[in-house]
Design a protein around this ligand. Structure first.
Ligand code: CP3
Length: 372
């Protein structure tokens, strides 16, 4: 039974999406209800990086070549988005794209190298490089992304999650020129030239706002802002150099009135600040149990997570024990979206993830509005 009370009204003026928009037609889906911390008849589940190399059907379709070329082909990108939906029966789809797409589309000069990640041959080094980050025109620069979203809005009967990279994580890729563990160059710019830092963060935030807004208008029913590497920062530095920019992104898309999620890795000490940025949902990695994450976020947001992706490389009894523990930690309070603490690892057996979905659907959400 779905209880229809408990969804709080919005306090801002909404930018009224049309009645036929999936955000309205799927408003009672388990995923969208859980995002708004309303009771749902089962705990919804999806997996970060659910599309990708763990799926044989993905490897068969993708072949070689840059992932950016696959993203630029709407029929292909829509099909890749649908693959995990068909196989796993997840409660949400996530657009097949990448966080570096907007920066690549405005011509910054960045590609995604297989086995490495985003690589920028000429990284961001000084004020003159701001010119390489002109404002994003989503309909012109990333028309293919919006076409993919439109195809998916027609095909899907579950919500589609749109997304963007958060300013800090994108800045790190632009400044380091490749994935980095220490983020040393990024932190040097942040502390050494705060004026330029904030100008850079503003440009990236503007791109995220334009991109997220366009994805929702094209048919996405929720958005997630990925600040994957924010966990590298001390809370005070996060608060001064990152939080205002992420908050501006969330505020700018608030009038669309779709759930907004925020996620990072190793962000245990930042969970409260990430909730302060304004999302309805905070993603939690496996380092902090969900009952503790509820305390750290002050019961203000729904939580998404938090199975260790590496656990999924083990046998089913181990995975099952951990899934049950996470459901217990999430407790009876509504507002839990089951997920991994980070992306699916390529070596994962898809059969394990199928079993995870079945178990979460069978066991999750009991006692929270379910008939006894
Ligand atoms: O199911 C999904 O989640 C699909 C969409 C998606 C991709 N990238 C596709 C992708 C999403 C949401 C992303 C976001 C993304 N991209 C993030 C944020 C999430 C996170 O992982 O923290 C980040 C940091 C990136 C940057 C990026 N893109 C990395 C680090 C890599 C891995 C590089 C590698 O090959 O090991 C990518 C490539 C990438 N993006 C793949 C996929 C399916 C795999 C590679 C491929 O098929 O070529």
């Amino acid at each position: 039974m779905v209880v229809r009370s408990g969804v709080s009204g919005s306090v801002h003026h909404s930018m009224q999406l049309p009645l036929e928009h999936p955000a309205h037609t799927l408003a009672d889906s388990a995923y969208l209800r859980a995002c708004r911390r309303a009771d749902a008849d089962h705990t919804p589940v999806w997996f970060q990086r659910q599309a990708g190399r763990s799926l044989p059907e993905y490897r068969a379709l993708r072949g070689e070549g840059s992932i950016l070329d696959a993203i630029a082909d709407p029929d292909l990108a829509a099909e890749i988005t649908l693959q995990p939906v068909r196989r796993y029966g997840v409660d949400a789809a996530i657009l097949f794209s990448d966080i570096v797409v907007p920066a690549a589309a405005v011509g910054f000069g960045i590609d995604v190298v297989p086995g490495v990640g985003p690589v920028a041959p000429e990284p961001f080094r000084g004020r003159a490089d701001l010119e390489r980050l002109r404002p994003l025109d989503p309909e012109g620069d990333t028309a293919y992304v919006l076409e993919t979203v439109r195809i998916l809005a027609r095909e899907l009967s579950i919500p589609l999650i749109g997304f963007a990279g958060a300013p800090f994580t994108i800045a790190s890729y632009l400044i380091e020129g490749r994935p980095s563990r220490e983020h040393a160059l990024t932190k040097s710019l942040m502390h050494g030239d705060p004026v330029l830092w904030h100008d850079l963060m503003e440009r990236i935030a503007d791109m995220a706002i334009a991109s997220l807004t366009s994805q929702v208008l094209a048919g996405a029913s929720a958005v997630q802002l990925f600040d994957s590497w924010a966990g590298a920062l001390a809370p005070r530095d996060y608060q001064e150099f990152v939080l205002p920019h992420s908050r501006r992104v969330f505020e700018a898309v608030a009038p669309l009135d779709v759930p907004r999620a925020h996620f990072g890795v190793g962000t245990g000490e930042l969970l409260g600040l990430m909730a302060d940025a304004g999302p309805e949902v905070v993603g939690v990695d496996w380092r902090v149990p969900l009952d503790e994450a509820r305390r750290r976020t002050g019961h203000r947001v729904a939580l998404q997570g938090n199975l260790d992706p590496a656990v999924c490389l083990g046998d089913w009894p181990t995975v099952e024990r951990q899934v049950r523990q996470i459901l217990t930690d999430a407790g009876p309070e509504p507002g839990h979206i089951f997920n991994l603490g980070h992306g699916v690892l390529p070596a994962t057996d898809p059969a394990i993830l199928e079993q995870v979905v079945a178990l979460v659907h069978d066991e999750g959400g009991r006692g929270a509005g379910a008939p006894t």
